[in-house]
Design a protein around this ligand. Structure first.
Ligand SMILES: [Zn+2]
Length: 142
C-alpha cells in the first residue's frame, strides 16, 4: 500500500500499460483523464481481499469517483430485478453491451450488471452527468 494515497503499489510499467490500454479514460464511466482534476487510479477489479491478483487482467483504470464508490464491491443489486448480480467487469464484458450514454450525459445500464454498476458507482450524479454531456457535445467523450 502507498500510505500517502491509500492505493496498492504497482510497478510503474504495469501502471503505464493499464493507462495505455484504457486510452486514458475511466473504464466504468469513460471520463477522460484530461477532463478530471484528480488523477485516474489503477486498481484491482477483484480486490485483494477477494483473492484478486495483481495481474494486468485484474487491473483497470478508474476515475476517483468510480473508484471510491466501487470500493471492494464485486456485486450489487440490479434495481430492476432486485437480484444480486456481479458488477460490470472491464476485462470480461464489453462496455457497449452493458451501457449506453444519452446525449443528456446519463449512462443507462442495458443489462442487470450494467444497471447495478450504474447505481452502485453513482454514475449519474448530477454533476457527473452534466460534465459528461458537456464533453459529449465537444466530441471529447467516447
Ligand atoms: Zn469513472
Amino acid at each position: 500500500m502507498d500510505p500517502a494515497r491509500g492505493l496498492v503499489k504497482l510497478p510503474s510499467d504495469t501502471r503505464e500499460l493499464v493507462q495505455r490500454r484504457a486510452q486514458g479514460a475511466c473504464e466504468y464511466c469513460h471520463l477522460p483523464q484530461d477532463a478530471s482534476i484528480l488523477p485516474h487510479q489503477v486498481d484491482h477489479i477483484i480486490g485483494r481481499q477477494h483473492r484478486g491478483s495483481d495481474d494486468v487482467d485484474n487491473l483497470r483504470l478508474c476515475c476517483i469517483r468510480c473508484n471510491l464508490k466501487k470500493g471492494p464491491n464485486i456485486a450489487s443489486i440490479d434495481p430492476e430485478s432486485k437480484l444480486v448480480v456481479q458488477l460490470y467487469h472491464p476485462r470480461r464484458h464489453a462496455w457497449r453491451e452493458h451501457f449506453v450514454t444519452e446525449s443528456t450525459g446519463v449512462i443507462n445500464g442495458l443489462t442487470a450488471e450494467g444497471r447495478a454498476t450504474v447505481q452502485l458507482l453513482d454514475m449519474n450524479d448530477e454533476d457527473r452527468a452534466r460534465l459528461r454531456a458537456f464533453l459529449l457535445r465537444r466530441g471529447r467523450h467516447p
